[in-house]
Write a protein that binds this ligand. Structure first.
Ligand code: ATP
Ligand code: MG
Length: 288
């Protein structure tokens, strides 16, 4: 279950290249049918582990999802989290910053949305937009009103350094971070956009803006590669997940989440002698 995710994990970015991953890869599986049982089992196991995470109330899990449009972020979040107790999980989507948000440093809004101990927090997009969309469209950087002397050629390198430092800080505070880039091919994106145009129930998903972003495809691929190279670390690894087959994406993401939770010392809190006495008393009282 966790094995399926391993080939796509990047712990150390320095030598990483996007071209080593094929968006159409489905690992050892030929089709969705073969993967069905494993996915259902993964979702059951994830739910069990989450109960312990919640009860133990020590660690929190931060799952970051980044991708080009139509790569299936929403569907992956929905599928993978389908067995999870909603009380132990929250999802935050990061859109273009509001006027309040843009008056602050870029980590401010992310910091407000971090998961509390015991919780799973999902970021649908994240502060990584700061080295992706903001890098591809420099006018977004201008709209941040940074003091001019701070906007130099080194700004992206500095952002990478700050993000790494921030993630290391979070890791040292018990926030377990896993980052997912759902890696879609340009041809599969075209297919999915066309399906949005052709299928009435999908029409609402189509956006002109998405089509415009597609024209910046190569710039985005470069920005993703650079971002992953600079920010894949042992304490906050990236998973570059093949995304042309949704069922495989779900399988890999589920495997990676299970792997993250298994790496922790998750256990239900042990009842102390004192608490045991209280429980005994309570039983007596209930039984009259
Ligand atoms: P969906 O289309 O599935 O609802 P989405 O994540 O694409 O989900 P949209 O509202 O379509 O949501 O797009 C959000 C937009 O906000 C994206 O184009 C993203 O690049 C942009 N965005 C997010 N963060 C920033 C940022 N810090 N600066 C500028 N743009 C940002
Ligand atoms: Mg969108």
């Amino acid at each position: 279950m966790t094995e399926v995710a391993k080939p796509y994990r990047v712990n150390k970015g320095r030598k990483f290249h996007l071209r080593v991953i094929d968006p159409g890869d489905t690992g050892e599986f030929k089709n969705q049918e073969e993967a069905k049982e494993l996915l259902a089992e993964s979702i059951r196991i994830m739910a069990k582990l989450q109960q312990k995470l919640y009860a133990q109330d020590r660690w929190s899990l931060l799952l970051i999802f980044q991708a080009m449009d139509a790569a299936g972020k929403d569907g992956t979040i929905k599928h993978v989290m389908s067995g999870i107790n909603p009380q132990g999980c929250h999802v935050r989507s990061f859109k273009s910053p509001s006027s309040l948000e843009i008056n602050h440093d870029y980590l401010w809004r992310a910091n407000l949305a971090l998961p509390e101990r015991g919780m799973i927090g999902i970021f649908n997009r994240s502060y990584y937009e700061e080295t992706l969309v903001v890098r591809v469209h420099k006018e977004f950087l201008a709209s941040q009103r940074l003091p001019e002397s701070l906007v130099t050629k080194s700004i992206w390198k500095e952002r990478f350094q700050d993000i790494n430092a921030y993630e290391r800080y979070l890791a040292r505070n018990g926030v377990v971070i896993r980052k997912f880039f759902l890696f879609l091919s340009k041809s599969e994106q075209k297919k999915r956009f066309l399906a949005r145009l052709d299928t009435p129930s999908k029409n609402w998903k189509f956006s002109d803006a998405d089509l415009r972003e597609r024209t910046f495809w190569d710039d985005y691929q470069d920005a993703y590669e650079d971002t992953i190279r600079a920010t894949a670390t042992q304490y906050a690894p990236w998973y570059v997940v093949p995304a042309d087959n949704k069922w495989f994406t779900h399988l890999v993401v589920a495997g990676a989440i299970i792997d993250a939770m298994l790496s922790l010392d998750l256990a239900f809190p042990v009842v102390t002698e004192e608490q045991r006495k209280t429980l005994k008393k309570a039983r007596k009282l209930l039984q009259g």
